[in-house]
Each structure stands twice: as C-alpha cells, then as structure tokens.
Design a protein around this ligand. Structure first.
Ligand SMILES: [Fe+2]
Ligand SMILES: [Fe+2]
Length: 298
C-alpha cells in the first residue's frame, strides 16, 4: 500500500470518473488508486462502474480484486449480478471476488457457475475452487508478477508435461490454469512458446484471454506471432483480442507499436480502446516516464 494524502486520492478519483479526459489518463488515475488500496480508493473505483467503456469497467473490476480490500465486495457482487454489464466486465467481477478470497460469496459464485455466458460460468467455477483452496491452506496464488492469480501454480516443472496439460480440453480449467502460471513463471523461450500454443485452444475464450494476459505479463517477443494471429482474427472473442493487443503493447517492439496504431481503428470498441491504452503503455515501456505497475507519481 502506498501513502497518498486524502486530497491526492480524491484528485485521482475525480480524474478516473471524468469522462472528458482521454481514456489513457483515466487508466493512469486507476493504477494510482489501485496502489493505495484503502476504502476511499475502492469507493472511487466502484463509483466508476457505471461508465460507458467496457474496457475501463473490466479494468476497474480487475483492480478491485487485486487490491483485495473487502469493502469492494458489494459493488463486485452487484456487477456480477447485473446482466446489462458486458460479459468481460461480469467475468472480471467474478474473478475479483475469487481474488479477494472471502468465503461469504461462495454461494453466489456457485450460483453463477451455471450462468448462460461461458465466460462468466467458467470464471465462477474457477473462483469457487480458489475460495475453497485459499480457505483451506496458505494462499499460494501470489505471483512473481505482482498479481494474485486465479489458481496456484503446478507441481510439475517439465515444459512438455505442462504443455500437455495446458492444451488438453479434457482436463479441468483449474489444472490447465495451474500449468499456465507455471510456464509463465519459468519464463524460458521454451516455456513461453508452450504457453503461446494455448492461444489456439478453441474450447474456451476465457482460457485464451488468460493466456494472452499472462503473455503480456512476461513481455516476451517469443509470443509476438501468436498474439498477432489472434488479434488479427476478426471472429475471435473481443475479450481475447483485447488482451492480445495489450500484450503486444507490453512487448512494445517497433512492430508491435505499428500494429497497435493500425488496430486503434478496429470496428470493435474494446479493441480500439485497448490499442489506445496499450500504445500509452508501450510509450511508458520505451521511456520510463510513468510507472504503470509500481508507485504512482503525481
Ligand atoms: Fe480477465
Ligand atoms: Fe483484460
């Protein structure tokens, strides 16, 4: 948790909720609030969940989960239950409730484990398993990438074995996610290539979006071609295309920047906005001007 004055928190909160500001400025305000993680910053983030941008709202829900502050539970429950919210937003709300790890939402998550939307149902199945896991033992889901993962990692450290589990649609998502996070943590060219093969598992869009997300965390150029392939595929679920765009932004090579400039004109709003934010992150990767993941600067 980072110390900001009440006034600084309120200023970031106002920026976050200011629809006249460019999205990238609102995202920067969000990341500053995320690092504070007190009740006041949670309230400012929660207040913004009625926004028009699905991209922004899904990131709000994601951050509320990562902050692990229980005062966010009511707004996350409301977001998960609201069928007018976009699937990717409801997904992040469900995942966030899993990340906070409070057993009080177990029955609710069980209920939404049979939601008609597969993204929501699969998320809630994983979140139920996570709640049962973290309430039974020590939390082993903090990753070396400063994130709280939906599952712990896998006991195997063999890339071929892990790839086999990863791409096998007969295995549970829980075990496939465990293999995913282990391949990410190993972070060798071989393990990243295995991880990227998961982008072609057609059985679950949720699974592919998580693969793209972790590829963004590792920022390895080894996965560039695979990420491009899924971003370019117009029929791909927008939640997956969005994560591919952001991962390319994190890799931040000249080629990636050119692609993002091109897809900032995509037909899908979530993809356009992802490219806009990803270009801002790529700018940061290449300049160091603003610390996205770390301490907020004002
Ligand atoms: Fe997600
Ligand atoms: Fe996302």
């Amino acid at each position: 948790m980072h110390e900001l004055t009440r006034e600084q928190v309120d200023n970031f909160g106002k920026d976050l909720n200011d629809t006249s500001l460019p999205l990238k400025a609102r995202f920067r305000a969000l990341f500053a609030l995320r690092n504070v993680a007190d009740d006041r910053s949670v309230a400012w983030i929660g207040k913004c969940l009625g926004d028009e941008s699905a991209l922004l709202k899904h990131e709000l829900a994601y951050c509320l989960g990562q902050m692990q502050n229980k005062s966010a539970i009511p707004i996350l429950v409301q977001t998960l239950e609201d069928v007018k919210q976009e699937p990717m937003v409801r997904h992040e709300a469900g995942e966030a409730l899993g990340a906070i790890g409070d057993i009080s939402v177990l029955d609710l998550l069980k209920k939404y484990s049979s939601d008609p939307l597969p993204e929501v149902a699969e998320t809630c199945i994983l979140a139920v398993a996570r709640l049962e896991y973290v309430n039974g033992c020590d939390d082993g889901t903090k990753s070396p990438y400063d994130s709280v993962d939906p599952t712990p990692s896998h006991e195997s450290k063999n890339v071929d074995e892990l790839r086999t589990v990863l791409v096998d649609d007969k295995q549970t998502l829980w075990d496939r996610y465990r293999a995913m996070f282990t391949l990410r943590n190993m972070n060798t060219d071989e393990s990243i290539a295995a991880l990227a093969s998961g982008l072609f598992c057609e059985d679950s869009a949720l699974f592919r979006h998580e693969i793209a997300y972790v590829l963004g965390q590792v920022q390895s150029p080894v996965a560039t071609e695979q990420l491009k392939a899924r971003l370019f595929l117009q029929s791909e679920n927008c939640m997956v295309r969005h994560e591919c765009a952001e991962a390319l932004g994190a890799i931040a090579s000249d080629e990636c920047v050119k692609i993002l400039e091109q897809y900032a004109k995509d037909e899908e709003r979530v993809v356009r906005e992802s490219c806009e934010v990803a270009l801002d992150m790529a700018d940061y990767e290449n300049s160091g001007a603003f610390q996205y993941a770390g301490v907020a600067q004002q």
